[in-house]
Design a protein around this ligand. Structure first.
Ligand SMILES: NC(=O)c1ccc[n+]([C@@H]2O[C@H](COP(=O)([O-])OP(=O)(O)OC[C@H]3O[C@@H](n4cnc5c(N)ncnc54)[C@H](OP(=O)(O)O)[C@@H]3O)[C@@H](O)[C@H]2O)c1
Length: 289
């Protein structure tokens, strides 16, 4: 990974931070994004120290706000001629239906629109790389269907379902992206990291589970108790594999599990009409159409 430029969203904690650390140890130039300067600077210092790699930087931006995504992309382009690896890692699992500054439901904004818009804005930088990779992170349970009439929980909302639906929408968007860049020097793939104890999982509340599943909450809490980043490191391996392995060079539009094994997409991802609709919604919501 020497001299490769890698941008990781949400690199200030959890899986993203572990991904950044491993790729820094491999010699890549790492740029992480986060929302808070103090914790971001601390993370950069920590990664530099632990990896012995001085080429680690921070870009600040809230990915729920489209103006800040534009600003992040611009800040990146000012300092970098190309982008070799983009890891759309940042994610949100909000238990409440909240609207962003752009009036978009927050899970949909951070999990679907942010990776879509950032990848689109950085496409020229990716195409300037001899061989670029985009990696998007999937959530746990993959729902069989996408509720197109309720993408932003406008009809009914429950936290876990909203998160899962947004991740499925992101998966469809990823596949469509891959199809559209086919033949260029850019690949777009998706991976499932596996479960890890991170801020995201530790902030899950019983109310996020459907009523009939709340009895498993104590077990979930036990599985996600703090472990000093151990499970997050394990969960970062699929992202690291897709970012660095020669085995996946040129592979485009594929889905990898937590063991970095290529697996089939859920059937709905192959549905051209649904994919096309998600693409149109993403373009419209991010004001690119
Ligand atoms: N943990 C799991 O068990 C698990 C399982 C399946 C999938 N995943 C997926 O893996 C990815 C990483 O999750 P994680 O568990 O490592 O989460 P995490 O510990 O909560 O870290 C999330 C990162 O995203 C950033 N972030 C969150 N909202 C943001 C926003 N609005 N704007 C900018 N940055 C934002 C955070 O940065 P700040 O410092 O600014 O807060 C943080 O660096 C997510 O896509 C998640 O859906 C996780």
């Amino acid at each position: 990974m020497k001299n490769k430029i890698v941008l990781i969203t949400g690199g200030t904690g959890g899986i993203g931070k572990q991904t950044a650390l491993t790729l820094a140890k491999m010699g890549a130039r790492i740029i992480i994004t986060g929302r808070a300067k103090t914790s971001g600077d601390e993370t950069v210092a920590e990664i530099k120290q632990a990896s012995g790699n001085p080429n680690v930087d921070l870009l600040l931006g809230d990915l729920s706000a489209q103006a800040e995504i534009h600003s992040l992309a611009n800040q990146f382009k000012i300092k970098n001629q190309r982008l070799d690896v983009l890891i759309n890692n940042a994610g949100l699992a909000s238990s409440k239906r909240e609207l962003t500054a752009d009036g978009i439901e927050s899970n949909f904004a951070v999990n679907v629109i942010a990776p879509f818009l950032l990848t689109r804005l950085l496409m020229d930088s990716l195409k300037a790389s001899p061989s670029a990779r985009v990696i998007n992170l999937m959530g746990g349970d993959v729902p069989a269907k996408l509720d197109m009439g309720n993408l932003q929980g406008q009809r009914s909302f429950d936290g876990l379902n909203s998160y899962s639906q947004s991740k499925l929408a992101m998966m469809l968007m990823t596949y469509e992206f891959a199809r559209r860049v086919q033949g260029a020097n850019v690949t777009v793939n998706v991976c499932y990291p596996g479960q890890a104890s991170t801020n995201m999982t530790r902030s899950v509340t019983p109310e996020m589970f459907p009523r009939f599943m709340r009895f498993i909450f104590p077990l979930f809490k036990l599985m996600t108790r703090p472990d000093g980043g151990k499970s997050a490191e394990k969960a970062s391996r699929s992202s690291v594999y897709l970012a660095s392995s020669k085995d996946v060079e040129g592979l485009n539009g594929k889905y990898f599990d937590a063991k970095s094994k290529m697996v089939d997409f859920p059937a709905i991802v192959m549905d051209v009409t649904t994919r096309q609709k998600i693409w149109e919604v993403a373009e419209q919501v991010s004001r690119l159409s």
